[in-house]
Design a protein. Structure first.
Length: 265
């Protein structure tokens, strides 16, 4: 389905190469967390350090910056801290540790427009139960209602290594989860893969859905898919535009649905 369930702001953490510059900073940040150090650094300060690792799945545009120089997300962190009792900077550090870990495990796809973080069965269960942990950064309206059935199916499944699974759609500026993207399994015998997506109402109209579809299909091609398929309701003009912006073309209509396809090359 084109709807699984249905221009970014300036990102101070961008750079022009697919690099997370200081992987050792994860351990340092965790030590700082134990000490309660609010000046902990996760990532790098500007471009002072050479690349220590290139992380699979991280596209040009993503950078995890030093906490001491990051102010863009502190308003969000302060809001979270008001209910958790955790200082904004410590919350910020924890979020970056989580993101770095996901990147290193190949669980995050990213460019300068959107972040997609992989949802495992365990994470799916927590989302359904609203058991949010530091670094999850779920919007209060997340997940979108139509995501619940796919999330329940994933939560009941066994862990698997296939990248053709579900991902949380996150804004690039504050990394808050505002929707979902999902492949309906690996490519079939013809190389075709089906997918769906959805955003909470507050996140629509900013280009996130088109960016998520474009990024996910780029990786699907790298993972061996040769064609992408999706469908959406005839009445949903916004969803049709999302698919068209991502390069899909209408191939038919039936029972109130519009079907789209695109070659992945």
């Amino acid at each position: 389905m084109g709807e699984m369930f249905s221009e970014p702001t300036t990102n101070p953490m961008r750079l022009d190469r697919p690099v997370v510059d200081d992987i050792s900073a994860i351990g340092e940040a965790e030590s700082d967390l134990r000490r309660g150090d609010r000046g902990a650094v996760v990532g790098v300060r500007g471009d002072e350090q050479p690349a220590a690792a290139r992380v699979p799945g991280v596209e040009p545009g993503l950078k995890v910056a030093a906490v001491s120089g990051c102010n863009g997300c502190h308003a969000t962190r302060r809001a979270a801290a008001s209910t958790t009792g955790v200082s904004p900077r410590i919350h910020c550090i924890r979020a970056r540790v989580s993101m770095l870990r996901q990147a290193m495990m190949g669980m995050m796809l990213a460019d300068s427009h959107v972040l997609l973080t992989r949802i495992t069965p365990a994470i799916a269960r927590r989302i359904i139960d609203r058991a949010e942990q530091p670094g999850d950064d779920w919007h209060p309206d997340y997940p979108f209602a139509d995501e619940l059935d796919p999330l329940a199916a994933l939560a009941a499944s066994e862990p698997q290594d296939s990248p053709f699974t579900m991902y949380a759609i996150r804004r690039p500026d504050d990394r808050v989860a505002v929707g979902g993207f999902g492949f309906f399994g690996p490519p079939d015998e013809t190389g075709a893969v089906e997918f769906g997506y959805g955003l909470i109402p507050a996140a629509r109209g900013e280009g996130l859905a088109s960016a998520a579809v474009t990024l996910a299909l780029h990786h699907a091609q790298r993972w061996g898919a040769t064609r992408a398929k999706a469908d959406t309701e005839l009445s949903n003009a916004a969803s049709r535009r999302v698919l068209e912006k991502a390069g899909l073309r209408e191939v038919g209509r039936r029972d109130g649905l519009v079907f789209f396809e695109r070659a992945l090359a």
